[in-house]
Design a protein around this ligand. Structure first.
Ligand code: GDP
Length: 368
């Protein structure tokens, strides 16, 4: 275990003023207008090539500044962020992207604390990101709470970034995807993306990772722990956490229950039946086995070309959805069209017009 470090800013990633844990007040110049944290104030105005150079040279503060620019909601920062991403995309990373999901209280952050330390001990450089569009908690508190991931947050090899501020899932998803690229360009080779929301945010995380891990706890197998069946269906690996002390027998029973459940579900890939493992994040037992299973999954997927295929699918889906969003926003930026849409929608609501006909009518006569 490395000791806490506060020396300046190379990746292997020492903590400095830019450490994620010191970013609690918020990270952008967005509409909610929160003050920028210390050390970030004028930074988004810096030149993209300067930020990229710092990041590519392994500077932790360069990475922080890149993410701050990426996360900014200020329209003037978007072209700068685009320029930055163009530079960074010339140096594609080779990180393994792991999604970690589960109901609040399942022990995701405790698991990440144990798992992340294990990865760092093995010499990996790890980034921990979060997707949390639903949070009403104060900005940046999700992973920024110092009691969460306490030892991991002190490791030089680990970069923890709080969730971008709550807002529309699309915006949060975009920021997290771009942040993944920045972390990879900065040399992180394992990216953990935690999702704290329920439902849609799991789907969003699934669409940006190579393997999707679901953290479960004992009991409640029937109702699948408040999650929709679909969430279990998209998992590549299930971990029944808190398999320790007097809780261990029920954790093992839950594991057996979920193993049965998995037989009834269609796996995401014919190459792999998602295993159900038991672990204790507090005692750190079963955690190396989780990593082993992830590596096995990676090997199998890679040896069949499925790893790259999944990434390509994700890229295509993502680009298509961006085109859709862009079209919509351009369309409705036209006030006459927006008004026409409002009137047509009223007719749809009152069942005077079929949705399909309304859509046709909105778009008829439009020249592209
Ligand atoms: P999250 O909301 O999913 O991130 O859950 P947390 O990691 O914050 O954990 C919720 C609670 O469960 C905390 O009180 C943890 O100490 C506890 N917890 C997490 N993992 C374990 C474990 O492996 N064993 C036991 N006994 N408790 C755990």
């Amino acid at each position: 275990m490395s000791s806490p470090s506060h020396k300046d800013s190379e990746i292997g990633l020492p903590l400095g003023e830019d450490s994620a844990l010191r970013v609690l007040p918020g990270v952008d110049g967005g509409p909610r207008g929160a003050a920028l944290p210390r050390g970030f104030s004028a930074r988004p105005e810096a030149k993209p090539e300067e930020i990229a150079a710092a990041l590519l040279a392994g500077s932790r503060s360069g990475l922080s500044r890149a993410i701050t620019l990426i996360e900014s909601n200020a329209p003037r920062h978007r072209p700068l962020a685009r320029e930055l991403l163009e530079i960074l995309s010339a140096t594609p990373g080779r990180a393994l992207r792991i999604g970690i999901s589960g109901v609040p209280g399942a022990g995701k952050s405790t698991f990440i604390e144990a798992f992340g330390n294990l990865l760092c001990d093995e010499g990996h450089k790890v980034a921990v990101l979060a997707v949390d569009p639903s949070s009403t908690r104060s900005r940046g508190s999700i992973l920024g709470d110092k009691t969460r991931m306490e030892t991991l947050s002190r490791r030089e090899e680990c970069f923890i970034r709080p969730s971008p501020t709550s807002g529309a899932l699309g915006g949060v998803t975009r920021k997290t995807r771009e942040t993944i690229l920045a972390c990879e360009a900065a040399g992180c080779d394992v990216i953990l993306v935690e999702t704290v929301g329920v439902g849609q945010s799991e789907i969003a995380v699934h669409s940006m990772v190579d393997i999707f891990v679901l953290v479960l706890i004992a009991g409640a197998g029937d109702e699948i722990q408040g999650m929709k069946k679909g969430i279990v269906e998209i998992a590549d690996l299930l971990v029944v956490n808190k398999a320790d002390g007097s809780n261990r027998p029920s954790a093992l029973a839950t594991r057996a229950q979920f193993e049965q459940v998995m037989h009834f579900l269609t796996p995401g890939t014919a190459l792999w039946t998602p295993p159900v493992l038991a672990a204790s994040s507090i005692e750190r037992t079963g955690v190396p086995e989780v990593w082993q299973a992830i590596r096995t999954f990676e090997d199998i997927m890679k040896s069949h070309g499925a790893f790259t295929a999944r990434r390509r699918e994700q890229a295509v889906e993502w680009w298509r959805s961006l085109v859709d969003q862009e079209w919509r926003s351009r369309l409705f930026a036209n006030t006459a069209i927006a008004e026409k849409a409002r009137l047509l929608e009223e007719e749809v609501i009152e069942e005077r017009l079929l949705p399909s006909l309304a859509a046709e009518r909105l778009l008829e006569g439009l020249k592209i």
